[in-house]
Design a protein around this ligand. Structure first.
Ligand code: ADP
Ligand code: MG
Length: 288
């Protein structure tokens, strides 16, 4: 099951288009979810302002109907259903994703303001679910046939590598595995370049290690390894301009304990130039 959130916005409908295609690729069912405040669903017909409640319920039903209509127009072979849930959008979507393989949201919604790079619901669900979260940013009009994965050698990064291989295989796309490394900052003079060479070697080894085993499992996926010097956010954002999908782990190696979303994933949620999938750190998450 793939779950997609809709809120009446264009970005939410674009998320449905993306999600229904993904559901077809993965042979999954699609559930379109809209979350609304609980009180209009709980009030009786003779309550004061019952007409306001009715108006809100009708509005919510039409948001779901528009979502279903968008999914139907994509003409995919997917079983689609819709579900209205009461409560706060973030917690209700996180709960709705509990038994799903993937939660899909738009990068924006109806709220927010012009120029804002990411909506609060999109930011609030990424890294908080047991399944991966897809944030559908700037979906490319024409697929370019490449999935990019950010590799850092962390456990959450391993989840990302697994997801990216499966995704590339489903799409018949190539996989670009990118590891960004930086020159050690301490020291200087002659030692600096020796250290840099050593760090690069180490980075190359870490990248190869992180990919080991996956190519045997997905022999159909053509993989290219890219080692780039620079900050991971810059390097991965740059790679996302030529990708159909960017996959990253929810947290990397440098994260503070208890932080659900690492700084790289957090920045990429705001700045990636293509749809982004953030995979959970937990080993209990279900792989494709
Ligand atoms: N009430 C909701 N019910 C279901 N999904 C929602 C709801 N609100 C937002 N979403 C999902 O989250 C995406 C981002 O919206 P959001 O983060 O709320 O942006 P904004 O802050 O611009 O409103 C939407 O495109 C939609 O996929
Ligand atoms: Mg919103």
């Amino acid at each position: 099951m793939i779950v997609v959130g809709v809120d009446g916005s264009q970005a939410g409908l674009d998320a449905v288009s993306w999600a229904v295609r993904e559901a077809e690729l993965r042979n999954e069912e699609l559930r379109i979810v809209h979350v609304m405040p609980a009180w209009p669903l709980e009030m009786t017909e003779d309550a004061p302002h019952a007409e306001v409640g009715r108006w809100m319920r009708d509005g919510a039903e039409s948001v779901l109907a528009d979502g279903l209509e968008r999914a139907r127009r994509e003409e995919r072979h997917v079983k689609v259903e819709s579900l209205l849930l009461p409560g706060d959008p973030r917690s209700a979507l996180i709960a709705a994703a509990g038994d799903a393989r993937l939660l899909v949201v738009g990068s924006h919604g109806l709220g927010g303001f012009r120029g804002m790079l990411l909506g609060s619901v999109a930011l609030g669900v990424a890294g908080h679910t047991a399944c991966p979260v897809a944030v559908v940013r700037c979906p490319p009009a024409q697929p370019c046939g490449e999935v990019v994965v950010g590799v850092d050698g962390s456990p959450a990064g391993a989840e990302a590598v697994g997801f990216a291989f499966a995704e590339a295989s489903f799409r018949g796309a190539a996989l670009r595995a990118v590891h960004a490394w930086s020159r050690p900052t301490a020291g200087g003079g002659l030692h600096a370049s020796a250290d840099a060479e050593e760090t690069a070697q180490e980075a190359r080894r870490a990248l190869a290690e992180a990919l080991a085993g996956w190519s045997e499992r997905y022999p159909d996926v053509k993989v290219t390894e890219h080692l780039e010097h620079g900050h991971p956010v810059d390097v991965l954002r740059d790679a996302s301009t030529r990708a159909d999908l960017l996959v990253v782990g929810s947290r990397g190696r440098g994260d503070l304990a208890g932080l659900l979303l690492g700084s790289v994933s957090h920045s990429l949620l705001h700045h990636a130039a293509c749809p982004l999938v953030v995979t959970p750190a937990s080993a209990t998450s279900r792989r494709a």
